[in-house]
Design a protein around this ligand. Structure first.
Ligand code: DX5
Ligand code: ZN
Length: 231
């Protein structure tokens, strides 16, 4: 079967102390560190005067590179950018472990993306927004050169601390039925009160930001998430 991977989202950490926050999470039992790479692109001089993948701007390869100097941890990078191909090389050089791109922005070039991600020594994953049908990721999972993880967004990407969308569990159940050994990640609003839904639907990689960082004892939340998946 699939093993549990608990991935605190560093978006909820104190970015000014990223290395010690990472160390603290690993000490608390985290398997992976989830890194949210968001780039809001603004076109001022084109007809599409404002276009972005998410309405936020977070961190990029330079921060991954700095963090990599302080930890050997698996850096599970979630790219919320309009052109993920541009980031493969820099993220690979910076020391990213997983590179998850969004299916909504890679309809034309996902094969090239997957190939390039693997050639840079990273593990490719594909993510989908709440409004995107699950069928859209099937070709990427069934390809000769497949993605190794599917990330089912359980909030609209952009910010931590949003409310979990239970309707997304249908996607997780469908995927788990179809692909018994696939890594299925859920991201957004996961915590002690929502983990049972995600775990019983079949998710095994659990991203959790505010519920872990906001807890008096993050280790307690991490072990609770793990136990729910492994039960
Ligand atoms: C949202 C990000 C998430 C976010 C999750 O776009 O992809 O990783 O940090 O945060 P919580 O767990 O607080 O919903
Ligand atoms: Zn994320």
């Amino acid at each position: 079967g699939v093993t549990a991977k608990i991935a605190p989202s560093m978006l909820s950490s104190d970015f000014s102390n990223l290395a010690s926050e990472a160390e603290r999470m690993l000490h608390c039992g985290a398997d992976w560190l989830h890194m949210d790479i968001m780039h809001a692109i603004v076109f001022i001089f084109t007809s599409s005067s404002y276009r972005h993948f998410v309405p936020n701007l977070t961190i990029g390869a330079p921060v991954i590179e700095s963090l990599r100097k302080h930890t050997k941890a698996y850096l599970d990078c979630h790219l919320m950018v309009t052109n993920p191909l541009d980031y493969v090389e820099p993220m690979g050089k910076a020391g990213a472990s997983g590179f998850t791109f969004h299916v909504e922005v890679s309809k034309e070039n996902w094969q090239e993306l997957v190939q390039k991600i693997k050639s840079k020594g990273m593990s490719p994953g594909v993510a989908l927004k709440p409004g995107t049908p699950i069928e859209e990721v099937y070709p990427l999972v069934e390809a000769e050169n497949p993605v190794e993880m599917v990330l089912v967004m359980t909030v609209e990407p952009g910010f931590g601390g949003q409310k979990f969308m239970p309707d997304m569990m249908d996607k997780v159940r469908t995927l788990r039925k179809k692909y018994p050994s696939l890594d299925i990640e859920v991201d957004g609003g996961l915590g002690p009160s929502t983990i049972a839904m995600a775990a019983s639907a079949g998710a095994n990689c659990i991203v959790a930001g505010s519920s872990v960082f906001g807890a008096p004892e993050p280790a307690h939340v991490i072990s609770l998430l793990r136990n729910s998946v492994e039960e």
